[in-house]
Ligand binder design. Structure first.
Ligand code: PRX
Length: 664
């Protein structure tokens, strides 16, 4: 159960975003759509956007039916929308296959020889795969999976780096109706085994190593460690990326290239029901256990297709680059499924933005004539810190649209992106959405909606978003409240794998009748949304979502730790940093060495992205009389070093005094 966001007197905007928020309150710059851009855009004026938006919410079935009609269906749907929260069904009776709409539709049409995937490895190799070639590769690998006995509805885990084979793996699963569960390549062995076991995956796809900042990440070795705890996995298929030596377990492990060499290049796509599961993707919530969100085929296809078309204003000639890893929802929706359904050329880059130099991204933009560039605010803040000298000398002339995702963008970073990268020519789309939503929810339609630095602007078509109190009443414009969505949208997750009750509880119980996103927001007098950060115990580190409870669970799993409390504190670069307060089991003494050991322990248990930035030992944690850890105090302490405000419910005032003094 998430904490009551308003009980503590104010909307509990997480510490990491308060800084942004105060600067956002003063932000009043407006950037009208660029006229040249608007003239060629899919939606050319505000009036056109408003008319389309009105239709989308007044006649959702007509609107979404038309959108779905732009894709190919093996059998048409009977009803566009049946039922409502928490169990809406979209395109009921319709049959389709997402790999067909991403690949066959273009490969068998005018885009056959157009480049679908344009890959650059970190060491510099380049591969171009046309839609025609992609169709062959996807069919071959789909046959490899079938040959391993993978059937429609089976779960397949994928733990790979950014390479074309990762996209091919997703598409091959979709083709045969296997449910993929991608685990981000930065997660540790535990995270893999937990996820594999939660959904009972039968096959794991991985690669020998992946390149990152000049070194190799030994993905296969990490899978080997995870497999010690996974009894449902029959086979591990290993793509050979680098040729570095790996351990192949006889009878279990197979080489991708050997299997593909034997596979037939024809594999008819399964006719999937619109509501058949497409994939599971795990994300952090307010408990220690990540949630396996399930997305289905029809609604997700239509939602990602339409948002890609309108928010990125995508067209055939675009070279589109989203810098997110495919292991996150951004990669699923806006590296693979959205842009390929649109028939664009999708750029994939394997490595780090600062390898070998801080200008790698700009070199890539110029070399491949990238026209749409989508990244995270945390990356933009890093570019600013590295200095403009890394941007100068690159023309960036090919760019026509920029986008951001993952966390609120501070107006300073927005302006830098607009001026230094977009040269005041490219609109910026700040896209607000979530793993749960599957598709953009609040984002400008460029060419039609004026932008304001730091605001995600207006809802996408069909999205009925509001800012409300806990009782569901609208809050006055200008005031903060809870962000909710009132009506179902096609790409929304349908359940949490194996735990539908948790799905209903987590998203539909907080504000009756509405989907509660977990974020605070405010709307200004123009109806623009300003996101204010999470109001629950989820923190956002460099655009990566982590649950404080997950990190706490990892810490208490260490033999020397008795109790742990984790909070987010503001960080200039990462948005939020992780601060941990730890009490030790009897007989253990705090020390610098133990501090480092515990930080490393969390990295080993979850992944480097969860390693606490600060770790403080304390004899006790501040708790209310009912035993709840007083996170607000810890957040304040981690942020400012002091604590003000009401502490009358604190169980032991001495605890606070000790924490303040930094006693160890
Ligand atoms: O707090 C919001 C923040 O990221 C959360 C969703 O995280 P995740 O499911 O990992 O998906 C990230 C990529 C879609 C949200 O609850 N968030 C995401 N985009 C924005 C944002 N906050 C403000 N502005 C955004 N554009």
């Amino acid at each position: 159960m998430s904490p009551d966001p308003i009980a503590e007197g104010v909307l509990m905007v997480d510490a990491g975003t308060t800084q942004n928020f105060s600067s956002l309150l003063r932000e009043n710059r407006v950037f009208a759509p660029n006229a040249e851009f608007a003239a060629k855009a899919h939606v050319k004026s505000e009036a056109e956007y408003e008319a389309m938006y009105r239709k989308s919410v007044e006649e959702p079935e007509a609107f979404w039916g038309e959108a779905a009609g732009e894709l190919e269906w093996f059998e048409p749907w009977e009803t566009v929308l049946e039922g409502t929260f928490p169990e809406p069904k979209w395109f009921v009776g319709g049959k389709l296959n997402l790999s067909h709409n991403c690949v066959d539709r273009h490969a068998l049409g005018a885009r056959r020889d157009a480049v679908a995937l344009l890959w650059e490895g970190e060491p510099g190799e380049i591969r171009k795969i046309t839609y025609g070639e992609l169709l062959v590769e996807v069919q071959k690998f789909a046959n490899v999976l079938k040959g391993l006995g993978v059937q429609r509805g089976d779960r397949v885990a994928i733990y790979m780096g950014m390479c074309p084979e990762l996209a091919i793996a997703l598409l091959a699963c979709a083709r045969i109706g296997a449910i993929h569960s991608v685990v981000f390549g930065g997660f540790a062995a535990h995270a893999i085994s937990d996820r594999v076991n939660d959904s009972g995956c039968v096959v794991v796809l991985t690669q020998d190593t992946s390149h990152r900042r000049g070194s190799e990440i030994r993905l296969k070795a990490i899978v080997d460690e995870a497999m010690e705890k996974c009894s449902t996995v029959r086979n591990v298929v290993v793509f050979q990326r680098s040729g570095s030596p790996v351990n192949m377990v006889p009878g279990r492990d197979l080489w991708w290239h050997e299997e593909i060499a034997k596979a037939s290049a024809t594999c008819e796509p399964e006719w999937m029901d619109a509501e058949d599961p497409l994939f599971i993707l795990y994300t952090s919530g307010t408990t220690g256990k990540p949630k396996g969100l399930v997305h289905t085929t029809g609604g997700y296809s239509v939602g990602t297709y339409l948002t890609t078309k309108y928010v990125f204003d995508l067209r055939d000639e675009d070279v589109y680059w989203c810098t997110a890893d495919i292991g996150w929802i951004t990669g699923h929706s806006y590296v693979v499924y959205g842009p390929l359904q649109c028939g664009a050329t999708v750029l994939l880059y394997e490595g780090a933005p600062n390898w070998p130099e801080n200008d790698r991204f700009w070199k890539i933009v110029d070399a491949h004539k990238v026209s749409v560039f989508y990244t995270a605010p945390t990356a933009i803040r890093a570019f600013i810190k590295w200095g403009d000298q890394y941007v100068k000398g690159h023309s960036l002339d090919s760019l026509r649209l920029l986008g951001t995702v993952g966390e609120p963008i501070n107006p300073e970073a927005w302006m830098w992106f607009y001026q230094e990268i977009g040269k005041e020519r490219c609109p910026i789309v700040d896209t607000y959405w979530q793993t749960e939503t599957g598709m953009h929810m609040i984002a400008p339609v460029p060419g039609a909606v004026a932008t304001k630095p730091g605001s995600a602007t207006k809802p996408f078509f069909g999205v009925v978003a509001e800012v409300v109190t806990k009782e569901g009443e609208l809050v006055p414009l200008g005031q903060g409240g809870l962000l909710v969505v009132r009506k179902p949208w096609p790409a929304m997750a349908r359940t949490i794998y194996g735990d539908h009750a948790r799905f209903v509880e987590a998203y539909f119980s907080e504000v009756p009748g509405s989907y509660f996103a977990g974020d605070g927001a405010r709307r200004d007098e123009d109806g623009y949304f300003w996101l204010m950060g999470r109001v629950d115990d989820v923190i956002n580190v460099s655009g990566h979502r982590l649950g404080t409870m997950e990190i706490e669970s990892a810490l208490v799993a260490h033999a020397k730790v008795a109790e742990a409390a984790v909070v987010g504190r503001p960080d200039e670069m990462k948005g939020q940093a992780i601060a941990a307060f730890v009490t030790l089991e009897e007989g253990n003494e705090p020390s610098e060495a133990l501090k480092q050991e515990l930080r490393q322990w969390v990295a080993k248990e979850i992944g480097a992205l969860a390693r606490p930035d600060d770790l403080r030992f304390t004899q006790m944690l501040p708790k209310t009389r009912s035993g709840k850890i007083m996170r607000r105090l810890l957040r304040e302490l981690a942020t400012t070093g002091t604590v003000s405000g009401d502490t009358t419910t604190l169980e032991d005032f001495g605890v606070l005094a000790k924490l303040k003094d930094g006693e160890e």
